[in-house]
Design a protein around this ligand. Sequence first.
Ligand code: ATP
Ligand code: MG
Length: 335
Amino acid sequence: MTKTTEGRKRILSGMRPTGRLHLGNLVGALANWRDLQDDYECFFMIADYHALMSEYEAPAKIAANAREVLLDFVACGLDPVRSVIFRQSEVPQHAELHLILSCYTPIGWLERNPTYKEQMRELTTRDIHNYAFLGYPVLQAADIVVYRAHCVPVGEDQLPHLELTRELVRRFNNLVGEDALVEPHAKLTASPRLLGTDRRKMSKSYGNQIDIADDPDTIRKKVMSMITDPKRIRRNDPGHPDECNVCDWYKTFSPGEADEVARKCREALWGCTDCKSRLAEVLIAYLAEPHRRRQELEADPDRLHRILADGGERARAVAADTLADIKRLTGLGAM
Ligand code: ATP
Ligand code: MG
């Protein structure tokens, strides 16, 4: 397997700028990404083309959201010096490779994509019957292979996506008769699936999230509104911590006290209000460092611009190199 010039394997990962990032994004993705920086050469992408696919009717917010995502990235410890942090639309090779790869993608592969079918059913607030949305796995493949990334950090549920990229790479290499594209591997990361304040999966689209950037008062308010153990009606009733979302959050955000919290709940030594008040303070402490970094960065817009300018330049250099090879192999190179 090829390695990068620095000898470390390369990783590509990204987020769609559809809003501020939340605690689910932090524990489910960003915390892992932050740690991966020690062992991998990381490319972290603000996937604004992917946002446009579903937000094209009201695209004005995409730029502002891209700024929020950048702030959240850096606030949570993604390091713009060690890693390449960039905005997808500032690297035109993503779009170019997307078009080339689309020539090699059988439509049936896209129509069979289970996530596509699910989104078509579930996403009722947006009209995603557009040409681009059907083909988003092709753009995703381009995102990864344009950097010749070796690995992509994914949860188990995202494995089918990567499989399509891998199939497409094999088909392309086969047809052009050269191993021009690198087949990426899944870097399976064990990450908790955080439920939101209403006990459904925490998600921007459900409005049940606590944002990384929420101030302490907002955090307190949201935590106090969390649904707890539905079977515990009176303060003196024994609770069922295994069925309570609030107790569960302690395991993620303050594992050292999770057992004690569960005992106090089970034995009705404290009520849900006590449990939530304490959890709010735990979260405020958990987010103190990201908040400090975020504020520092918000006060320095020049630095924000420099991060993206520098990341874009580094990303384009790698992507241009890949594209030169691909164009040569597909008859689009020099005559
Ligand atoms: P949307 O509502 O637009 O789908 P989202 O809030 O669900 O947004 P995604 O963009 O779908 O967030 O996910 C970005 C990353 O964050 C993915 O790696 C995903 O696995 C992770 N993630 C999102 N929500 C959670 C969650 N509740 N728990 C753990 N990880 C999550
Ligand atoms: Mg989602």
